[in-house]
Design a protein around this ligand. Structure first.
Ligand code: F6R
Length: 241
């Protein structure tokens, strides 16, 4: 694991942006795994700026999102589908047919996980962007998820629902289920960049980097990845010695 400590969130976003731009320049047909949530927002904003300044094009890039809620429609303001269009896709030249988010259609619940998994097997990821949950989740691989897991339907941890309730009117509105890439899918990515900022993440970052590798703390598996960069600010890094 390579750990980079930045002075603040803006610097985290700049560092992540330059790494992503470098990967796209190296391989304009990049298969990139994307995360939602607060952590990658600065990165997405900078990528939009880089596209608008003609620094990069996404016309050959293909994206695969980590996860999606189940129980809310794609048109819901808090769906990850909406999040990605509002915060990135609608501002750049990525081709609509190159955008992949897990299908959350309840009428197809018996095969959506297998379908997405198949797509991931056929299109290995070159780069995966990650955030980390305060409980150590990556994607929605909650504590206790087998480290060999592939795309599946997950019952969200109470801690995750509590953390994500900031985006909803109340915790009751936060969906109970989601579809997520598994830990094995994430680990197959050639390169991983994990972004974390703020003191709320300090304990999780300490455990991820220095703790034992265990399914009880899914992000700990990243210690075994051959090319994983963790980009932090001083607050999220505050428990590292
Ligand atoms: C989002 C995802 C989650 C988040 C994590 C951190 O697609 O898979 O694992 O990355 O919950 O969320 P934020 O960045 O909002 O703190």
């Amino acid at each position: 694991m390579k750990v980079i400590i930045c002075k603040n969130y803006d610097e985290i976003a700049r560092k992540a942006t330059s790494m992503v731009i470098q990967e796209i320049k190296k391989n304009p047909q990049l298969n990139i795994g994307l995360a939602t949530g607060s952590s990658p927002l600065g990165l997405y904003k900078n990528l939009i700026d880089a596209y608008k300044n003609n620094e990069i094009s996404f016309s050959g890039v293909t994206s695969y999102n980590l996860d999606e809620y189940i129980g809310i429609d794609r048109s819901h303001p808090q769906s990850y589908y909406r999040f990605m269009f509002e915060n990135l896709f609608k501002h750049i030249d990525i081709k609509p047919e190159n955008i992949h988010l897990p299908n959350n259609d309840l009428t197809q619940i018996d095969h959506i996980a297998n379908d997405y998994n198949q797509i991931l097997h056929e299109n290995p990821l070159d780069l995966q962007i990650l955030g980390i949950g305060s409980n150590g989740h990556i994607g929605f691989n909650e504590p206790g998820t087998p480290l060999e897991s592939e795309t599946f339907i997950v019952t969200l941890d109470e801690q995750t629902r509590k953390d994500n309730s900031r985006f909803f009117k109340s915790i009751e509105e936060v969906p109970q289920y989601a579809i997520t890439m598994g830990i094995k899918n994430i680990m197959y990515s050639k390169k991983i960049i994990l972004i974390a900022s703020g003191k709320e993440k300090a304990k999780a970052i300490h455990k991820m980097i220095t703790g034992k590798i265990t399914k009880e703390f899914p992000a700990s598996i990243l210690q075994l990845h051959p090319d994983c960069t963790i980009i932090l600010d001083h607050e999220s890094a505050s428990q590292l010695s």
